[in-house]
Design a protein. Sequence first.
Length: 276
Amino acid sequence: MRIIDAHLHFGKEPYFDDIARKAQHENTEAHLRKEYARLGIVGGIVMGNRPVADVTTAYPSMLRYCVGIERFSLPGSGDWLDSAVREEALPLVEQHLKRKECVGIKLYPGYHPYWIYDDAFAPLYRLAAQYGKPVAVHTGLTASGDAYLKYSHPSVMDEAATKFRDVQFVMCHFGEPWYTDAAAVLEKNPNVAADLSGILEGKIWDFPAFYRKQKYYIEQLKGWISYLDSYDRFMFGTDWPLANLEDYITFTKDIIPEKHWDAVFFENAKRIYQLT
Ligand SMILES: [Zn+2]
């Protein structure tokens, strides 16, 4: 089975080295290539954390990227709500979107105190629509304690997706752990898809024990995916280097019925991110 990893991070920060080791991986390009090849993962989409001004940014050949709109990657104050920042950043974002390697835009509400339906994002959504590239949005819990969860709750996507019907949104992490709310947003808004990354971390040494312990959580996740019955809108993603890749494939196979594996592991990401 061919697989696309629709959500990973690729960086040389020591922080990534540590979390990769906890997942029984090494945070190097060579190791990632080797593991992808071993597991049949033919490509991946980096949720970009590099400067927006770096318009010629290069990733390994099997990877594409979403240009990340986050404080430390933006010019000036880094605050998207600051009109001077937007004025400087928008033409740079457009330069990214013109590249074939850039397959979308990534937003990080929660980590940043902004509402993704704020009018300040309208020009960004217009660009996404113009270039026909999705906007991926962090939703659900955040890795850092100084973020505000009200901004990353999955329901924030409802207003953005309703106002901008011609934009394809991707709800990263399916709003984890707010699966009920995430399902409501997907059910109402046909222009919202979701990736299933960020649900595992580290290495799972004993799956039966893990499933026993997390029974309620996993039944909720499976139950709401099944309720939606929209297997054309879910994508496999690992959040590399956060989780063990092989575990992630096992886990995703356990929560998705086998007849939808090809869609969830490959076809949906290829179609939604228009990978060629
Ligand atoms: Zn991520």
